[in-house]
Design a protein. Sequence first.
Length: 363
Amino acid sequence: MVDNALSVCMGTGSTVVVQNNVTVFDSSYGDVRWSSVFNDNITVAGAHAASTIVGLTYDSVTSKSTLLGFSPASTEIFWIRPLGTSASDRPLSSLVVSDDGSVAAVSIVDPSGENQASLLWYNAHNGSFIGQWQGPANQTVYRLSVSGDGSLLAFMTQKSVYVIETSTRNVLFEQSVQGLSNAFCFSADGTYLAYGYSDFTLYQKSSTGTYIPQWTVAKGGSLGSVVASCATSEASTVVAWAREDFAQNYVEWYKNPSSNPVWTYTAPPTDGDLQDGLFAASITDDGTTAAFAGWGADDSTSPQIVVFSQAYGPVPQFSEVTAGSMLTVDVQKGSSGVHVVATGKHVHANQPGVGGNIYEIIV
């Protein structure tokens, strides 16, 4: 049992963060490679295709954050970069690392006090500074993603969605939004961007570098559905919907850029009392396997971990009703199969209690 697991990354190993503790597990056997306790709370992100982990700490005394670079192989810290300000207080979206380890980006709180949307990005291998983006006032970065090669950053504020180039800081895409979306996803190759809440829109990168809307789908009305999570790749997009009364979940699989779902999965109905929803999603870079993690219901009817394969269609390749709520999920292809790692709370997210669990599934 892992106490209050916050985040997970996969690459040469599986990493789980627990408040001020970082533990790295072997992704094949679940053995602990190493575990280290930090003085401050820490969030981590890792490069899928490189042996690089970046940690983001927060000092509650000074209200400042620090970036740390280290390897899954040992506790040795390779580089340290004090930020001089605090990072965003949203641990699941304040730090991202590109798959190749070339870029680590962090959402920060503007030190001027103007509440200006701000991003910093560094080389994840050595900590060298690459660039900074200052956005409009009275906005904060809530959702943050990076392309696999580190060339693009995609993110959402309260008012807009952006895609920028990390090398030039050029804004390739800016679109106003009416409010924050539960779901926000960006493909590893940078081709597709998608987000939504009451409706869901998929954008495709054009030959000029901007992003063009391909389609929008909405499921409103009486007992309609809202988007709980999404994941997109060069080939496929998956969307999880939650009925407005949280009594049933749905998953749709799309072949990009078509607006017609290839199939729809309908989860078992629940009583909706504990706001069940599949609020986290991940998909392999080739778009053949997708995984979802959710809160679950009090009657143990709706699974908290569900894995789908393109070959299996709407029949889950794997599903599990866990003891508590799952908050994060990651899926990656490895030499021994497709690895799925999910972490979460040992009891339901809407119930008091401490403790958490980490699951790894190979399909």
